[in-house]
Ligand binder design. Structure first.
Ligand SMILES: [Zn+2]
Length: 210
């Protein structure tokens, strides 16, 4: 069977271009007129693809990894590719975070960190595995996100596509436990280092105790 990704992953790419390319105000929509339809994010193809991936997400169907890679390459050609990947990464984090029940979400926010952090780690592991085909591990005061087969690798020059995973990790940790520490890209497949890996600070926020 060919390799697949959760449909939320390609959907996050398309939602990002749609958001970025949408006129901010209604009056702007009138001004741009037909011109806006020529922008990738507003094309009919993108709308149709969004509808299709939304349907797949609802039904729990996965998408072929090659299709996701194809969309990533389209994004990668844009001059604002890095910004689009970051928006997409945050979108994926938000949507996957919503798959956690209301109660555990609230508990992770209010319980002392020695209880909240292991819970958050468990959820982040599940989310990384399911939605990013990635793994998360904790080493001391850091968590590592490791992506063996990046969907965005080679979609844009240098390691621009890596911004997608970096933004997802950062946003996910912020949503889970309000962690806003530094996230560092410590290994990169584009530099011939085998896989991409990020290291994020995993320290309780000031005042909390681990
Ligand atoms: Zn990388």
């Amino acid at each position: 069977m060919s390799e697949t990704v959760d449909a939320l992953l390609p959907l996050s790419f398309l939602e990002a271009v749609r958001n970025i390319d949408s006129p901010v105000e209604d009056f702007e929509a009138e001004l741009v007129g037909d011109l806006r339809n020529k922008r990738l994010g507003l094309s009919e193809t993108v709308y149709n693809q969004i509808r299709r991936f939304n349907e797949s997400v609802k039904r729990g169907h996965r998408a072929p990894i090659d299709e996701a890679r194809g969309i990533a390459r389209l994004l990668g050609r844009r001059p604002d590719a890095e910004a689009v990947f970051r928006v997409a990464g945050r979108h994926l984090a938000e949507e996957s975070y919503r798959t956690i029940g209301m109660l555990p979400r609230a508990m992770m926010r209010i319980l002392p960190s020695f209880v909240a952090r292991p819970m958050a780690l468990g959820h982040s592991r599940r989310i990384a595995r399911r939605y990013l085909n990635a793994s998360i591990s904790r080493v001391g005061t850091h968590v590592y996100l490791e992506v063996e087969r990046s969907v965005t690798q080679d979609s844009a020059p240098r390691s621009v596509g890596c911004a997608y995973y970096e933004a997802s990790l950062k946003e996910l940790l912020r949503l889970l436990v309000n962690s806003v520490g530094a996230v560092e890209h410590v290994r990169c497949a584009t530099r011939g280092e085998g896989a991409c890996a990020w290291r994020a600070e995993w320290k309780p926020t000031s005042g909390a105790q681990e």
